[in-house]
Design a protein around this ligand. Structure first.
Ligand code: PPS
Length: 351
C-alpha cells in the first residue's frame, strides 16, 4: 500500500463511506478538522444562547408553550394563563385588594379559590402587616408580594385586620382605592370554630361555657373574651366606614362559600373587575372532607382540598349556651344586615 493510502485509511478510522470521495488524503483530513471546528462553534453558540435564557423561546424546548409545564411553585400563575409569567418578569406591587377578615370565616378557602384566576397573584402566608408588622414599613410589605404583570391584581389575606382599630386608617394611607373583602360567618359557629382551634393547640384551656359567661346564673356574656368580640361585626364595620366607603367593601357569606362556592366567587370576581373565569366547573364536593375542593389547584393539575386545620369537627356545645349566644348576637346581626343591605340568614332559626 502506498504511504498516502495507508495514512488516509488511518485518518478515516475505517469509515470507508466517509472517506471514499474524490478528495486527496491531505485535503480530506483538513476538511474533517473544519467540520469538527464548525460543529463545536455551533455547539458553543447554542450553549451561550441558552445561558442567556433565550432557548426557551425556541419551539420544542422544555417548557415552551407547554401549559402543563410547572413554571412556578404554588404561588405561581394559574394554569389557565397561556402566557405564563417567567420568575423574573413583572414587579412586586402593594396589594390592590385585601381579604381583611374575619377569623374562621373561610378566608383561606376564598384566597385559595381566587388564586385560580390568572389575573390574581396572592401571597400565601398571612403578612400581618397592618396589625403586627406595621413598623417594618411599606417596602418590607411590598417585598413579600409576588411579582405581577400589567393588569394582574396583587392580594393578601390577614383575618385579624377586621378587628384591628388602626388597620382602616393604615390601609387607607397606603391606598385610598384598596378593595376590601370580608368573609363573614354566623358569629355563633365562628366563636365555636375559634374555640375548637385554640383547644386543638392547647387542650388544657377552660371550657367553652366558662369562657362564654361572665355570670352563668344571669347569663351575662363575657364580652372581654376576644373570640366573642370578633363576632360583633357591626361594631368593627363602623370603624372601617370612618376610612372607606361601603362601595369599596365586599361581604362574602362564609356559609355560601361552602354551599355555593362558584356563586360567591362570581360576586368577588365582579367586585374586583375581573372576568368571571372561576365557575362551578372548577369545584367538586369532596364527600370525605365534607367541603368543596378545587378540581385543579393553582399551578397544578391535581385536585386540591384545604388542609386538616380547615373544616374541623366542632365539639357538641350545650344547647342553652348556644341559644344564649344567639340572643346575644341577634341585635348586632340585625344592625350588620342593615348596614350591609344583606340578610345573611344567621337569625332564621327556630326560637
Ligand atoms: N372549601 C373549604 N374547605 C375547608 N374549610 C372551608 C371551606 N370553605 C369554608 N371553610 C371554612 O373555613 C373555616 C376556616 O376559616 P379561615 O380560613 O378564615 O380560618 S383562619 O382564620 O385563617 O384560621 C373552616 O372552619 P372550621 O370548620 O371551624 O374548621 C371551614 O368551615
Amino acid at each position: 500500500m502506498p504511504w498516502q493510502a495507508s495514512m488516509a485509511s488511518a485518518a478515516c478510522g475505517g469509515l470507508a463511506w466517509h472517506c471514499g470521495g474524490p478528495w486527496e488524503p491531505g485535503s480530506r483530513s483538513i476538511l474533517r478538522k473544519l467540520v469538527l471546528l464548525l460543529g463545536s462553534l455551533l455547539m458553543s453558540l447554542y450553549v451561550f444562547y441558552c445561558l442567556a435564557g433565550r432557548c426557551e423561546e425556541l419551539p420544542g424546548a422544555p417548557g415552551a408553550q407547554d401549559p402543563g409545564y410547572p413554571q412556578e411553585g404554588p404561588q405561581g400563575p394559574a394554569e389557565a394563563d397561556s402566557t405564563l409569567t417567567p420568575l423574573e418578569e413583572g414587579s412586586k406591587k402593594l396589594p390592590q385588594a385585601i381579604i381583611i377578615g374575619v377569623k374562621k370565616g373561610g378566608t383561606r378557602a376564598l384566597l385559595e379559590f381566587l388564586r385560580v384566576h390568572p389575573d390574581i397573584r396572592a401571597v400565601g402566608a398571612e403578612p400581618h402587616f397592618f396589625d403586627r408588622n406595621y413598623d417594618k414599613g411599606l417596602d418590607w410589605y411590598r417585598e413579600l408580594m409576588p411579582r405581577t404583570l400589567e393588569g394582574q391584581i396583587t392580594m393578601e389575606k390577614t383575618p385579624s385586620y377586621f378587628v384591628t382599630k388602626d388597620a382602616p386608617a393604615r390601609i387607607s394611607a397606603m391606598s385610598r382605592d384598596a378593595k376590601l373583602i370580608v368573609v363573614v360567618r354566623d358569629p355563633v359557629t365562628r366563636v365555636i370554630s375559634d374555640y375548637t382551634q385554640t383547644l386543638s393547640k392547647r387542650p388544657d384551656i377552660p371550657t367553652f361555657e366558662s369562657l362564654t359567661f361572665k355570670n352563668r346564673t344571669t347569663g351575662l356574656i363575657d364580652t372581654s373574651w376576644s373570640a366573642i368580640q370578633i363576632g360583633i361585626y357591626a361594631k368593627h364595620l363602623e370603624n372601617w366606614l370612618l376610612d372607606f366607603p361601603m362601595g369599596q367593601m365586599l361581604f362574602v357569606s362564609g356559609e355560601r362559600l361552602i354551599t355555593n362556592p362558584a356563586g360567591e366567587l362570581g360576586r368577588v370576581q365582579d367586585f374586583l373587575g375581573l372576568k368571571r373565569i372561576i365557575t362551578d366547573k372548577h369545584f367538586y364536593f369532596n364527600k370525605t372532607k365534607g367541603f368543596p375542593c378545587l378540581k385543579k389547584a393553582e399551578g397544578s393539575s391535581k385536585p386540591h382540598c384545604l388542609g386538616k386545620t380547615k373544616g374541623r369537627t366542632h365539639p357538641n356545645m350545650n344547647s342553652e349556651v348556644v341559644q344564649r349566644l344567639r340572643e346575644f348576637y341577634r341585635p348586632f346581626n340585625m344592625k350588620f344586615y342593615q348596614m350591609t343591605g344583606h340578610d345573611f340568614g344567621w337569625d332564621n332559626y327556630e326560637k
